[in-house]
Design a protein around this ligand. Structure first.
Ligand SMILES: *Cc1c(COP(=O)(O)O)cnc(C)c1O
Length: 453
């Protein structure tokens, strides 16, 4: 065991980890990143098909980001935005975000993370309705199996049952409706019909709660951590119609989908959504520094600006100058290289063609992809789409086989997912796909030999 592993085992508690297993096996130590690869302490080169945690969109070697950070460190390494103060990196980034996000989103509240964005939107929508003289209008409707972060509000807005089970969540005033997960919950129903039905559950919930009590609906355009759940095309138009009809606020959590992942700057453009609030983080700095941003629409901004009292909310690192400088450099780099267009017209279609062919593997019940996020469903029986018994932990097995073959794919139950850096080349896509086939073969061999015992 290396020194890092020893120190880690003795002192470091990890996010989303089983501490019993971690203590027994020790942690993998990553020492270096280069392009779309990371290297561990043993010198293994691993193709990072998850871009870290869906964030390292420009890969691990983006020099302009590093230089922007160095420059800002030398000028003003820290100042805050409290008490009527600002600085140029925050002001410039706010203006830039207003320019590239959909038309009505012209105001920004900076945070340090995606979770803090979701805490911020919860307080913002409740404050908004209170300012309008409707303080009882405070319930936020979300969805089962959504992921909105891990703070008290983030985890409550999220719909992950195992998270709710720890710490007495969700907090009051947050309710969940079923997700538009066709493979998992809509077998036998026409896909577009299913999308409509799932969207209409929002309407039912609003009527059940009383529209006078409902502040907002929140959703990821495509659920990420839930397993790259791509909604049917019928879903978002119906959600938009319902939000508009009842006048409730629409919060779109683009922490993963933003910054080119779906082939547009924002998935709100991909799905023609008009959000009132939009949460951004992760790809905003390509993961190089922690930063989040809540985009606020003119409708909300106007009400908050007319209200002559303090919004009692904010973080020490809201608009951190170095993080903002790196975000500006990230956006500049993407614009300079026409990265979003490249994703849309070139690399995402290329990845799609290769990824969808994985559906032919005997272990795969469905392959799906939108832009640069994709999933395959592992099944025991391809004809009936029956899943493996949970005790087989097929997804975990596949994930471990991937890592030992030099590929990072993530397992969500028996759904294998990827979200590679947007700068991935075609040759690297070929390598990713070849590794995926190889790992599926090995997983299949192990699962079927175990079945035969
Ligand atoms: C990761 C994620 C978050 C939480 O972001 P953190 O920076 O980890 O707090 C929120 N929403 C979505 C959709 C995410 O994927």
């Amino acid at each position: 065991m290396s020194l890092s592993q020893q120190q880690d085992r003795q002192h470091c508690f990890h996010p989303f980890s089983n501490y019993h297993q971690l203590n027994r096996d020790g942690a993998r130590v990553i020492v270096k990143g280069e392009g779309i690869y990371v290297y561990d302490e043993q010198g293994n080169k691993i193709l990072d098909a998850m871009a870290g945690l869906w964030c390292v969109n420009l890969g691990y070697s983006a020099k302009p980001l590093i230089e922007a950070a160095q420059k800002q460190f030398n000028t003003l390494p820290y100042y805050n935005l409290f008490f009527q103060t600002t600085h140029s990196p925050a002001a410039k980034l706010a203006a830039k975000l207003a320019e590239i996000t959909p038309a009505k989103l012209n105001h920004v509240f900076f945070t340090g993370s995606g979770s803090e964005c979701n805490d911020t939107v919860l307080r913002t929508v409740r404050h908004y309705w209170a300012c309008l003289g409707q303080p009882q209008k405070q319930i936020v409707i979300s969805r089962d199996n959504a992921y909105h972060g891990s703070t008290m509000a983030g985890a409550s807005l999220g719909g992950m049952k195992p998270m709710h089970a720890q710490g007495g969540l969700p907090i009051p005033g947050i309710v969940h409706i079923p997700q538009p997960y066709h493979f998992g919950e809509g077998q036998g129903v026409d896909v577009e019909m299913f999308g409509q039905q799932r969207a209409q559950l929002l309407e039912q919930k609003i009527l059940e709660l009383g529209v006078e009590n409902v502040a907002a609906f929140i959703a990821e355009p495509i659920q990420g951590a839930g397993g790259v759940i791509i909604p049917p095309d019928s879903y978002w138009p119906e959600i938009q119609r319902i939000c508009d009809h009842y006048g409730i606020l629409l919060i779109v959590d683009e922490v993963i989908c933003g910054f080119g992942r779906t082939g547009e700057w924002f998935a709100s453009q991909t799905y023609a959504i008009t959000p009132d609030l939009m949460c951004l983080a992760k790809g905003i700095t390509s993961g190089y520094l922690p930063l989040g941003a809540v985009m606020v629409s003119d409708r909300i901004a106007q009400v908050l600006q007319e209200h002559d009292d303090e919004f009692t909310h904010g973080f020490t690192y809201s608009g951190h100058p170095v993080a903002c400088a790196v975000a500006l450099a990230t956006i500049e780099e993407m614009e300079k290289n026409h990265l979003v267009e490249k994703v849309r017209n070139d690399i995402a279609p290329y990845l799609a063609q290769k990824w969808l062919a994985l559906a032919e593997h005997p272990l795969v019940g469905e392959a799906r992809i939108k832009g640069m996020m994709a999933a395959i469903e592992l099944v025991e029986n391809k004809a009936t789409l029956k899943r493996y018994n949970k005790t087989k932990a097929a997804g975990t097995l596949c994930r471990n086989i991937c890592v030992s073959n030099g590929l990072i794919m993530r397992a969500v139950g028996d759904t294998m997912i990827i979200a590679p850096p947007l700068i991935i080349s075609k040759a690297e896509v070929d390598e990713l796909i070849q590794l995926a086939w190889q790992c599926l073969d090995q997983t299949y061999a192990q699962l079927t030999s175990r079945t035969n015992i």
